[in-house]
Ligand binder design. Structure first.
Ligand code: MF3
Ligand code: CO
Length: 270
């Protein structure tokens, strides 16, 4: 399948889906409490997506049994909600998506609970900033690989982190996962040129140790083989007809993340 280019009307619908995802993640972030079961957060997400007139793109995806992924500590991505209790000092990563009128949004964040180890906080901060650097590098006229290059270079400048190699970002539109695959590492200047109408989910996944992972017996949960803690941030963004980016899943359209990097966001969707 080829890259799907979206017109302004289609991106307006993607913004509705993306904004609902951003609001749902905000709700979950403010609801996380020590002692809570992870499936309580899943229920909240499900209710909020329904309230917004959307459906979940995760539920039933290749048989995935829930609305969110919730991954704790050495779990990095694709953890399944259940009866697990959230503990003091846990690093929690939550991934969520929604569909409105056939158009998808997909985003994720990590957050520490209670007394957070400063090195875990640094892990999450580096991961989040690398996502913004990736989006900033993925501007009109750049090559696809410039995104992964910017992500990798930033992470490497901040310390010794493992960057997952087997997982990455992706095109997004009338399916959650479209071409192109977006690596979180690489050289500058390769791959398709980024043009207006492209929508990409940028999602660095890193650990405090090795980048080696395995999948648990539940067939979903991705953990680090060395038990090191991981972080995952994700936003879906598009390049608008004015040539400027807009972060579809960020409540502020990405302004707070991109302005410090010298990138002006489009005002076509606000
Ligand atoms: N949101 C994940 C991604 O970023 C995919 C989740 S897989 C699912 O690509 F099965 F949980 F939906
Ligand atoms: Co994604």
């Amino acid at each position: 399948m080829a890259i799907q280019y979206k017109n302004l009307d289609q991106l307006k619908t993607m913004r509705r889906a993306g904004l609902l995802v951003g609001e749902t993640l905000q709700l979950l972030r403010s609801s996380i409490k020590i002692g809570m079961r992870t499936d309580a957060l899943d229920a909240m997400a499900s209710a909020n997506i329904k309230r917004g007139g959307a459906t979940s793109n995760f539920l039933g995806y290749h048989g995935y049994p829930a609305t969110i992924c919730i991954s704790i500590n050495d779990e990095i991505v694709h953890g399944i909600p259940g009866d697990r209790i959230i503990n003091d000092g846990d690093v929690i990563s939550i991934d969520c998506g929604a569909i409105i009128n056939g158009w998808h949004g997909d985003a994720a964040f990590s957050v520490g609970v209670g007394n957070v180890d400063p090195q875990d906080q640094a892990l999450m901060d580096v991961c989040e900033e690398s996502m913004w650097r990736g989006i900033a590098a993925g501007k009109l006229g750049a090559n696809l690989s410039d995104i992964g290059h910017a992500i990798e270079q930033y992470i490497k400048s901040q310390g010794k982190y493992g960057i997952l190699q087997e997982y990455g970002g992706h095109g997004i539109g009338t399916e959650m996962h479209q071409e192109p695959h977006v690596l979180n590492f690489g050289k500058r200047g390769y791959g398709p040129e980024l043009v207006t109408g492209m929508a990409l989910a940028i999602e660095p996944m890193i650990t405090r140790g090795s980048a080696k992972t395995r999948v648990l017996e539940d067939d979903w949960t991705v953990v680090s083989t060395d038990k090191s803690r991981g972080a995952h941030f994700e936003n879906s963004y598009a390049i608008l007809p004015d040539g400027k980016p807009f972060v579809l899943t960020a409540i502020d359209g990405g302004r707070s993340g991109l302005t410090p990097l010298g990138i002006e966001i489009s005002d076509l969707l606000q």
